[in-house]
Design a protein. Structure first.
Length: 258
């Protein structure tokens, strides 16, 4: 692996009822509301303006994910703010049709994360992967070895069985989240990440780590895992730690460059 390869960071902006929020274990009734999504996006873009690496934001429409409406107008505005300032967007939340997928790409998302549809609608997923390839990531939201779907409120099958099918279908990136860790600031599930990395290593697929990151040490642990997995784990999503002021995006970028 290239010794100069750095872990790619994806600070998250999760939107519910028009506001940037963070959930605990994906529960809408356990959320903390923060500033407007547009303000958060501008703050991230300003920090990134002095960074020469690959700049990303993970943007989520929580209401669409839970099937209780959407934040389409705000999502579009946030994407425009970020793209104008050369920040790439990974868009997630309730994308379950050709129309929604095409719209996400059309407004400027570099990559689209699909979760429930990848579990519940295999035929559509195969067609989407063939059409969009690396523009798609598959969200694997995990409790133990069971996948969660529909905003994490329903079971979606065995992790390894679904993963095997998705690899056969040509999936090239997986966003792996331990649902029990997400939003808890209890640290990432490194064992799960390593197990999935081992499972996909011969496919060429990449893994984005998500859930539980609480401090800069956690990011360094994932960076170590990137080395251990020969670059299969290559990126990390984090949100609660930023909004809880455990560290800043600038501090995270700086420590990745040491």
């Amino acid at each position: 692996m290239d010794e100069n390869l750095q872990l790619i960071l994806l600070p998250a902006i999760d939107i519910s009822d028009g506001q940037a929020v963070r959930l605990v274990r994906g529960k809408l009734d356990e959320q903390t509301r923060y500033a407007s999504p547009e303000k958060v996006a501008q703050e991230f873009a300003t920090v990134y303006s002095e960074h020469c690496g690959e700049n990303w934001v993970h943007l989520v429409d929580l209401d669409a994910a839970f099937g209780r409406g959407n934040n389409t107008t705000i999502i579009k505005e946030v994407v425009e703010i970020l793209v104008e300032q050369n920040v790439k967007v990974e868009l997630s939340g309730g994308i379950r049709s050709d129309e929604q997928l095409e719209y996400a790409i059309s407004i400027g998302a570099t990559r689209v994360n699909i979760g429930t549809s990848a579990i519940e609608n295999p035929e559509w997923t195969v067609a989407a992967l063939k059409k969009y390839g690396e523009k798609l990531a598959i969200g694997l939201d995990v409790r133990g070895e069971t996948l969660a779907a529909r905003g994490w409120v329903k079971e979606g099958g065995n992790l390894w069985e679904v993963l095997d099918r998705l690899l056969q279908d040509g999936a090239s990136r997986f966003v792996v989240t331990d649902v029990e860790k997400d939003g808890t600031l209890q640290g990432p599930n490194l064992q799960l990440l390593e197990q999935v990395a081992e499972y996909v290593k011969n496919s060429g697929a990449k893994i984005t780590a998500s859930g539980g990151i609480s401090n800069l040490e956690d990011l360094l642990k994932i960076q170590d895992l990137m080395t251990k997995t020969a670059g299969v784990v290559d990126s990390a999503i984090f949100g609660k730690a930023l909004y809880s002021k455990k560290f800043t995006l600038k501090q995270a970028l700086d420590i990745m460059q040491r």
